[in-house]
Design a protein around this ligand. Structure first.
Ligand code: 0X9
Ligand code: ZN
Length: 299
């Protein structure tokens, strides 16, 4: 039913979630976390075998509108968890919550108007959109973020000015036992851990996260040789305050937080050709499973 040979419109993503829940009522539940600025419903899907309280792994995708491989991977994870029976063991000690599209307005705008759109679609006085990944309230605006509304890294009028960021904040605060958080972006083949608000800031458990990231990379590389660069976000990328991953750790108190910059492709890097979707999501799934096993052991 879903072949991963093309990217989906937002309405198709929503319909897929509904279909998964309808076909697998004992495993999957869709719920809304709120609406986007343009009133699109933002959905999460919880996948659980229902056998008691378990650690939760939360996966956020689609923060940046043009990074189409990110929601595609989120859908592949859902697909593997419910439709591939050999993955049932992944539900034994872990509940999964997946948010396939953190920025539905921006995503639809990349389909209709500007393929390279990144931000949300809330209006400013001169330019549209805030970078959702600079809008979270943890060291907001301290580094690598802009107060100029026309910039791609505009952090917004205030922390959590964007309804989409508030929706993610609120669902994470309201959900018990979230012990892992993965943020999916593209592109660059990077796998990193917090913090990004300031050069050199790392959590106490950074060595454990580093080791886990290496194991995830090894599992991915075993498929087709794709290698990720691993480190703290400031070390391998750049300082950027107000990101959801930093807030998930520093604000929501989740200790296992990793962010993927998935492989690039196409003329602009963000426009990975549709025939690359399946190879990329298949190999990355191997790494996601390694991270899931780690979170499950934290019970
Ligand atoms: O700049 C970003 O928001 C992310 N890179 S992207 O090319 N996908 O826009 C990186 C954010 C990484 N997270 C942190 N640095 N905390
Ligand atoms: Zn991104």
């Amino acid at each position: 039913r879903i072949a991963f040979d093309q990217y989906l419109r937002y309405g198709e993503i929503t319909a897929y979630l509904a279909q998964v829940a309808a076909d697998n009522p004992r495993l999957a539940t869709v719920s809304t976390i709120g609406e986007s600025y343009e009133n699109r419903t933002m959905n999460i899907i919880q996948i659980s075998d229902g056998n008691g309280r378990k650690p939760v792994l939360f996966i956020e995708a689609g923060m940046h509108a043009r990074e189409w491989i990110s929601p595609a991977l989120a859908l592949y994870i859902i697909n593997q968890l419910v439709e591939n029976e050999s993955n049932r063991a992944l539900l034994a000690d872990l509940d999964w919550i997946i948010l396939p599209s953190m920025n539905p307005d921006g995503y639809e705008y990349t389909w209709t108007t500007n393929r390279m759109w990144r931000k949300t679609r809330s209006p400013g006085s001169e330019c549209w959109g805030t970078d959702g990944n600079r809008n979270f309230g943890f060291h907001w605006m301290e580094n690598g973020a802009s107060d100029q509304e026309c910039e791609e890294i505009y952090a917004g009028k205030s922390a959590f000015s964007e309804v989409e960021a508030r929706n993610l904040r609120d669902i994470l605060n309201a959900t018990e036992n979230v012990l892992g958080f993965i943020s999916l972006h593209s592109y660059g083949q990077l796998l990193f851990y917090p913090y990004s608000y300031e050069v050199g800031a790392v959590p106490d458990n950074w060595k454990e996260l580093d080791e886990l990231a290496h194991k995830a990379n090894d599992a991915i590389a075993a498929v087709d040789g794709t290698e990720y660069t691993i480190g703290s976000s400031t070390e391998i990328l750049y300082p950027a305050a107000g990101c959801s991953d930093d807030w998930a750790m520093g604000g929501a108190g989740i200790d296992m937080v990793l962010t993927f910059e998935l492989p690039g492709g196409g003329p602009n890097g963000f426009d990975l050709p549709p025939e690359r979707i399946l190879p990329v999501v298949t190999e990355t799934w191997e790494g996601i499973k390694v991270i899931a096993d780690y979170v499950a052991q934290k019970a």
